[in-house]
Write a protein that binds this ligand. Structure first.
Ligand SMILES: Nc1nc2c(ncn2[C@@H]2O[C@H](COP(=O)(O)OP(=O)(O)OP(=O)(O)O)[C@@H](O)[C@H]2O)c(=O)[nH]1
Length: 543
């Protein structure tokens, strides 16, 4: 039988000590993993702060409590992370995996992060702060060893400023930068910059309107940004989107592509594809009697309510450019006229609350235009931001812009005139045809131009901004919907055809479900099933 050689650690009497807290066990014996210094430290913590005799009387230590007893040695208490509340130690790798996972989810418009308060979101947000330069990016510029280990070489923290004078200068510069970037001063600069510009072109930019917008944003859980299907990119407020991402990431943003009855099917379908990459998008024709997309929108709102089950009710704010149809969307959802609608911008003056269901409220907002949009005068008029009646002069720029956007064949189809040489000739011919004449039979160019502008804004003259081709950016398969490129625009105004105008399924994409995530799907049947029984009336109304 082979002899067993046992290597004995230097212990008392040459034996292997049995206790793992015996300092004589030597370094890292037989898988215990405790070094001599660790064992010594643990035993140090065992030293009690004070000793008591059999009767419980303190006889050693705690000199402050019993001044008559001698102070012998100081007791130590082992540190415990439970002192700091509900904490957990995570490794660097775990943290970066968590950051990546949460960043991925929070950038996906179809995933909703629930129970944010239970997740250490600060750890994710920290990276963004770093990016802004608000914090020093220590670990991005130096290695962990150089920064924190025992071998760290840097003795003083990097303050970014050498002396007090430099600090004061930096603070001054930052203060000036802040002032110039606030909305009020931007508006002031804007007016000062362009004093000749008529004030009517600054509609939707006043402090009062922006105050109303912030009230709506603050009080809403879901924000419905209404876009005009004829020019979605031109009526989109990107500033507000980035503001929401930064300041209120927990609020949900949804695009509503309204007035899709005024554009061909393929245009709606393409815009849906383009916009739904950024946010859930629903195509809509906001009309009380003859609507399109109402069911999809209501289902989506229900899903948001389900996500916020902890709340009694949710509020959905309607925001967007003036005259895009925010109030019309509310009337459509309610199925009756509850708020004023007008074919002129600025009809909604203040925010207003409307009850959609007992636990879903709608908030109407006046139309807003962000100063960064830098609309030219003709842009403002053609987007319907400015009331045509308030224009001092109509013909010089606006009518040529209309003639540029609308194809000749549609102008001929609408007005029955053809072969005009220039905008003036066009106005003369139209004035004669419609009987808009001044004394002595002179054609009234001003009145005719106003009529053309009204027709353009209200959708009588068909036009749209061509959407970007999704195939240009990503090699997508041939889309069958696009075979209808040459569809006759005039036919599309009949609502029957527009029942197929857009495929609401384009407005969603599937994502995997997990504990803290849920999928949004406007067409989800499950959402209907889980809806309150008390809402059955609404269901009937939708069907
Ligand atoms: N063809 C068509 N017209 C629409 C649609 N939705 C709204 N409109 C018209 O657009 C005009 C403006 O609608 P409003 O609902 O008052 O627009 P708003 O965004 O509330 O306007 P502000 O009060 O300026 O903010 C009205 O004449 C509506 O009839 C739509 O889906 N199709």
């Amino acid at each position: 039988m082979p002899k067993l050689h046992v290597k004995v650690a230097p212990g008392v009497g040459g034996k292997i000590p049995s206790s793992s807290t015996d300092a004589n066990r030597g370094n890292k014996i037989q898988g215990t993993g405790r070094t001599r210094s660790t064992v010594n430290r643990i035993q140090m913590y065992k030293t009690k702060a004070h000793k008591r005799d059999r009767k419980g009387k303190i006889i050693e230590g705690a000199g402050d409590l019993t001044s008559r007893t001698p102070e012998v040695g100081a007791g130590r208490i082992a540190p415990n992370r439970r002192w700091f509340g509900n904490t957990r130690v995570v490794k660097q790798q775990e943290l970066s995996e968590f950051r990546d996972a949460v960043a991925k989810v929070s950038h996906d418009p179809y995933s909703v992060l629930l129970k944010r308060r239970k997740l250490p979101m600060g750890l994710v947000a920290e990276t963004d702060k770093n990016r802004d330069g608000a914090r020093l990016q220590l670990l991005e510029t130096e290695t962990f060893e150089d920064t924190f280990s025992k071998k760290k070489w840097r003795k003083r923290p990097k303050l970014g400023n050498g002396d007090l004078g430099e600090l004061a200068r930096t603070a001054d510069e930052r203060g000036q930068h802040f002032e110039t970037s606030t909305a009020d001063t931007r508006l002031k600069d804007h007016v000062e910059r362009d004093e000749d510009r008529d004030r009517c072109f600054d509609k939707g930019q006043s402090r009062r309107i922006w105050g109303e917008l912030h009230k709506v944003v603050d009080s809403s859980d879901v924000l419905l940004q209404v876009l005009d299907a004829r020019d979605p990119a031109g009526t989109r407020c990107e500033w507000l989107e980035s503001h929401l991402k930064k300041e209120a990431a927990h609020k949900h943003l949804v695009f509503i592509l309204n007035k899709c009855d005024l554009v061909p099917t393929w245009v709606t379908a393409r815009w849906l594809k383009v916009l739904s990459k950024d946010y859930p998008t629903v195509a809509l024709h906001a009309s009380v009697k003859n609507s399109f997309g109402k069911g999809a929108l209501i289902t989506l709102l229900r899903q948001y309510k389900r996500l916020h089950d902890d709340k009694k009710s949710i509020s959905c704010g309607l925001i967007g450019y003036p005259n895009v149809g925010k109030s019309s969307v509310i009337n459509m959802l309610k199925g009756e006229k509850v708020v004023n609608v007008a074919p002129v911008p600025g009809e909604t003056k203040v925010w207003q609350y409307i009850t959609l269901f007992k636990n879903v409220f709608l908030v109407d907002c006046p139309g807003i235009v962000h100063e960064s949009h830098s609309n030219s005068e003709s842009d403002s008029v053609l987007k319907g931001v400015v009331r045509v009646e308030s224009l001092k002069d109509t013909s010089p720029v606006f009518v040529p812009a209309v003639l540029k956007r609308v194809e000749d064949k549609y102008i001929t189809a609408t007005y029955g005139i053809r072969d005009w040489s220039d905008p003036d000739d066009f106005l003369t011919k139209l004035a004669k045809k419609t009987g808009k004449l001044l004394p002595k039979g002179e054609p009234n160019h001003d009145a005719t131009a106003r009529k053309v502008l009204h027709d353009f804004i209200r959708g009588r003259l068909p036009w749209f901004v061509t959407p970007p081709d999704p195939r240009e950016t990503e090699n997508e398969e041939q889309d069958t919907v696009e075979a209808t490129v040459d569809q006759d625009l005039s036919k599309l105004r009949s609502s029957k055809q527009f029942d197929n105008a857009s495929d609401p399924s384009l407005a969603v994409s599937q994502v995997s479900k997990s504990e803290s995530q849920q999928t949004l799907n406007p067409n989800s049947d499950a959402a209907d099933l889980e809806w309150d029984a008390s809402d059955e009336d609404d269901l009937e109304e939708i069907s």
